[in-house]
Ligand binder design. Sequence first.
Ligand code: NDP
Length: 471
Amino acid sequence: MKMLLAGEWVERDRVIEVLNPYDNSLIDTVPRGTREDALKAIEAAQKGFEEMKKLTAYDRSSILQKAAQIMDSRKEEMAQLVSKEVGKTINEARGEIARALQTLTLSAEEAKRLAGEEVRFDGAPPGGGKMGLYLRVPLGIIVAITPFNFPVNLAMHKIAPALAAGNSVILKPASATPLADVLMGEIFLEAGVPPLAFQVITGPGGEVGDTLVEDERVKMVTFTGSREIGKEIMKKKGYKRATMELGSNSAVIICEDAQMDKAFPRVVLGAYALAGQVCISVQRIFVHESIFDTFVERYVEEVRALKVGNQLLEETQVGPMIEPKEAQRVKEWIDEAVAAGAKLLCGGEVDGAMMTPAVVTHCPRNVLLFTGEAFGPVVLINPYSTFEEAIELTNDSVYGLQAGIYTQNLYKAWQAAKEVEAGGIIINDVPTFRVDLMPYGGMKESGIGREGPSYTIEEMTEIKLVCFDLN
Ligand code: NDP
């Protein structure tokens, strides 16, 4: 495939090979963009922004609606591509495309709603006789850098609100999974986005990403990815806005009064969907000691029944991880936990990028499986005795993206809502729950800012005050 640079589909001699993680087969290649390509993209995006400024809110909304129609007509093609390049099951990939369509449609709606409001100048003594309002104006060039695990929907959470607000966008997708993002380039162009206002530049994060992040003509970097790269970008970005959607090691608290039949399918799905490579995967489960043994027994039974294998088969429930070295890393984390006293009850066998779903209990707090982001098909289940202890365990993390709690006790639910340090507290569901319109993002080192089209659009615009002196 080619990349979309300055309104043209371009090739380069050097390419990045995109592999199917299940069998390492070559799916396609994309150009290995360079620093010069990134600079050219920024130059084009400046002109693209001038074009975007001429569009009305109605135009921008209509373009996004048209993009949604085109994407809907190509949804199975996109799902097949996403399933192949990411390794997620075909059903998970279809789910991602359906969500991306939601994100796109919500953004089209927001384009029309975007507005400032009247300012009551006369509410302060020197303001008498003054009237006015504030406008919300676009920032300019927005650089979107995205991870491998949801190449379409997470990119859509950046592209669609940015265009809805009248910005121009340069997308730098993950090198492991750029193909569906290139397809998005085709879709937005066909929908009528000014050709210089949306570009998809493929290439290494260290070169293309760095150049885009450091350039002063870029007004905002919106990044989804690991905490480590997020922190690096914050150091390099200089004087520009940034949104950071980073990792987590999300916890679920299972109280003694939890509705087990409701909890069970969700706590299993939440841990092993996309082989655990979801930023809000269930990684740490804290179960009240009175129900710990029965919970663990049922959990292991359900995990053993999961169908693991080729992600393109309809019946597969858990596909491969993104690459063999990631599966190896997760195995090392499990081994470290076991050496420190944890028990491995099932799974953890590695074959290439495949890892069988693993369950670990009694995991010490000082090992990576507890402190780090596992980002693989493994959960730890530890017992707790008091509710305060469960909250303290949940908060024992540098991360704070989302957390879940199962209880029928209103007071406990509310206590968790107040005391758990996370961007979202999900009561009677797993932290993995997300609908695309809600404010989504992390506390602590899980990020800065919130996504969800109506919230993103605020971060992608600035306030311009207009004041009339009518004295
Ligand atoms: P990475 O942080 O490794 O990469 C993310 C993106 O950053 C890629 O496009 C990568 O490019 C790029 N990049 C790498 N180095 C630089 C650099 N120096 N400057 C600019 N860009 C750079 O994340 P993964 O793709 O491995 O994704 C997994 C991570 O994403 C997990 O930590 C997960 O929790 C997090 N995530 C967070 C979500 C959230 O909403 N909070 C949602 C989904 C995932 P390249 O591929 O070329 O290296």
